[in-house]
Design a protein around this ligand. Structure first.
Ligand code: ZN
Length: 270
């Protein structure tokens, strides 16, 4: 599943080829994504100029004159810039044809992604309840400590709650908790401030490392210039059940919480 680093990498890849360009046409081959692609999308976008591409959580917002194109990559989506003669493949659901000739193409095999028209991103059901961004100044140990008081949920679930902090998915939650030496199943409300301070730092470091590597979760993820990515980060614990913990050498344990795989070292994390 694309996580924050993949979405941000996609955004950075799109910027130089898309911002400042006009949308010449829109082709919707499959409108049945997570929510239906609006029927009037082409009419709204045709002729508008993309003045910026922003990210909020895992949503991309293309600023287009009177409104915004909102794109979410769902479980398996990717958004690439391709030349006009690139043959259409299976699952290429939406194309934005730019005045440069380039095409911004959404491919999404599982169709959990979204392509919507949003007039006011400040008041939109999908964006309203989103918590702080992990790279915002407001995100720190004190914030996590305050937000977690009285919560009995496991700290991993707490971190993955987008109303608390946006864009931390399963992989990076596992990795940051390992780096901060916190047991994923520990009740969020019972963690002391000092440990949250370390956790907030480790979350940033983990995400920054992934950003530097260009995102990491999709085997077939490609940069938005269409070039193959060089991702597959080395994870400390994620996906490494039974392998030696990089800190102490004891085997990494795996379990499932709320339907998601959880990996930890029973001796390093508490
Ligand atoms: Zn260990």
């Amino acid at each position: 599943m694309p996580e924050l680093p993949e979405v941000e990498t996609t955004r950075l890849g799109l910027l130089p080829r898309v911002v400042g360009r006009s949308i010449r046409d829109v082709v919707v081959r499959e409108p049945r994504l997570r929510w239906p692609v609006p029927r009037d999308l082409a009419a709204r976008l045709r002729g508008t100029r993309v003045s910026a591409i922003r990210r909020r959580g895992k949503y991309l917002l293309f600023d287009c004159g009177t409104g915004h194109l909102l794109v979410h990559l769902g479980m398996s989506g990717n958004l690439t810039v391709v030349p006009p003669d690139r043959p259409v493949r299976r699952h290429d659901h939406v194309d934005l044809a730019l005045d440069s000739g380039d095409i911004v193409r959404l491919n999404d095999p599982r169709r959990f992604g979204a392509v919507l028209w949003v007039r006011d991103p400040g008041h939109h059901a999908l964006l309203d309840g989103l918590g702080v961004e992990p790279f915002e100044e407001a995100f720190d140990g004190e914030y996590l400590h305050r937000a977690s008081r009285g919560r009995r949920a496991p700290v991993k679930q707490f971190l993955m709650d987008s109303r608390v902090v946006t864009g931390i998915g399963n992989i990076y939650a596992n990795e940051a908790l390992f780096a901060a030496r916190i047991l994923p199943s520990r009740a969020a409300g019972r963690i002391a401030l000092g440990r949250f301070e370390r956790l907030a730092r480790e979350i940033r470091v983990t995400l920054e490392r992934a950003l530097a590597a260009g995102g990491s979760t999709l085997r077939d993820f490609v940069g938005s210039d269409g070039a193959p990515g060089h991702f597959q980060l080395e994870y400390a614990v994620y996906g490494r059940q039974g392998e030696p913990c990089p800190a102490c050498g004891r085997p990494v344990s795996a379990s499932r919480h709320a339907g998601r795989s959880t990996f930890h070292c029973a001796s390093c994390q508490r």
